[in-house]
Ligand binder design. Structure first.
Ligand SMILES: C[S@@+](CC[C@H](N)C(=O)[O-])C[C@H]1O[C@@H](n2cnc3c(N)ncnc32)[C@H](O)[C@@H]1O
Length: 366
């Protein structure tokens, strides 16, 4: 930064607004000192004459501007990841979602999966390892596992497929032995798994063709975990709409726990399982709902903030019905809502009040 200039609170806010609009990422107050340091560094490295000149560079729609965004985003994104992160969700994939998708796609032997915000590749490679074990004739399948991320440095590492022990926190040693070759404390992913996954740089908020969600259709499963926690709620809503359109009917969406806490994802079915929860794009009128096709899958529960009488009736039934598992699932669903959400069909009580009631009722049954 030129020595006479310093980043005022107003200018800092202007950069923060630009970033959230472009990438969805919110710079939190606790990160602002580090952020100001990053901006100063980028001003020096780009040789900008002034803070305003650097701002103009970012705000422009030019190739140079895009190049600078690529560099800046590598500085402001958190790329923390590890293999088989969230055991509950991987169990859910193994026990329910993949068996369902494999059965559904058995005729065409085609499956399309996307890890959105895949960072250094641990997530899509974990999916590849899981499918490698679940599909005996995997070589005959036309399988797409695409990892997308805004951070091009993270993607370089993903393409390399070489990992340190830190990426294997809590991972079964058998996985390391079967799918990795060790040299000192580096683990190289096997070619069998590496070739199952491809990577693409892309900004989930972007409306151009570099964002696969703007033109790719018929995805069977999207994983977008530990990404929305860094996003503004407006950005989450925009990306959710893109995901909805990119999924095929009955396609699944997995996000991190409580990442849709402030959202109303009522276009999706909310599906509660013992292991975890998933969102599902409803089937079109010619597609049978999943619950009626597989006894292994639980009944679908619509979002309680959805407005149709039928949907609320289903929730009402699940809460008051005799099926203990469904009651617990519904309780989980209520816990994901903002406490003050009122549910008209259930006496217009708030989610917090209902949670209290159902916890007490379940305690008695237990
Ligand atoms: C914490 S990592 C999560 C990695 C992996 N999904 C997991 O759960 O282990 C978040 C990733 O989201 C990426 N990301 C953030 N904003 C993005 C955007 N607008 N478009 C695409 N990727 C984004 C970051 O670069 C980062 O690699």
């Amino acid at each position: 930064m030129p020595p006479t200039e310093s980043l005022s609170p107003e200018l800092t806010q202007a950069f923060i607004q630009l970033i959230v609009k472009r990438t969805g990422i919110i710079i939190r107050e606790s990160d602002q000192t580090a952020f100001e340091e990053t901006i100063s560094q980028r001003i020096k490295l780009t040789g900008s004459d002034s803070i305003a000149a650097y701002y103009r560079l970012l705000a422009a729609e030019t190739y140079k501007s895009q190049e600078e965004w690529d560099s800046l985003t590598t500085e402001i994104t958190n790329t923390e990841s590890f293999f088989f992160r969230d055991k509950g969700q991987f169990k859910l994939l193994k026990n329910h979602i993949f068996p369902d998708l494999i059965k559904r796609q058995a005729q065409t032997k085609t499956m399309r999966i996307c890890s959105a915000g895949c960072s250094t590749g641990e997530e899509p490679y974990s999916i590849a390892m899981l499918l490698y074990d679940l599909i005996p004739d995997i070589k005959e399948w036309n399988l797409t596992i695409l990892g997308v991320d805004i951070n091009s440095i993270a993607l370089e590492k993903a393409r390399e497929g070489i990992y340190r022990p830190w990426s294997f926190r809590g991972v079964d040693q058998d996985i390391q032995k079967r799918f990795f070759r060790q040299t000192n404390d580096h683990y190289h992913i096997s070619d069998d798994i590496k070739t199952m996954v491809s990577f693409q740089t892309g900004n989930l908020l972007d409306n151009s063709s570099s964002n696969p969600f703007c033109h790719v259709k018929d995805i069977d499963l999207i994983l977008c975990r530990n990404v929305f926690i860094y996003f503004s709620s407006t950005a989450v809503k925009t990306v959710l709409d893109k995901f909805y359109n990119a999924l095929c009917p009955l396609g699944y969406l997995l996000v991190g726990h409580a990442e849709l806490y402030s959202q109303n994802p009522d276009r999706f079915w909310v599906k509660m399982f013992e292991e975890s929860m998933a969102y599902q794009r409803p089937g079109d009128t010619t597609t049978q709902p999943i619950a009626s096709r597989s006894s292994a899958l639980p009944q679908q529960i619509p979002s309680p903030t959805a407005t149709t009488e039928d949907q609320l009736q289903t929730l009402d039934n699940s809460l008051t019905g005799v099926n203990l598992q469904m009651q617990k699932a519904a309780l989980n669903l209520l816990r994901q809502l903002p406490g003050e959400t009122r549910i008209a069909k259930l006496g217009n009580l708030t989610a917090s009040e209902l949670i209290q009631q159902y916890e007490q009722a379940l305690k008695k049954i237990d």
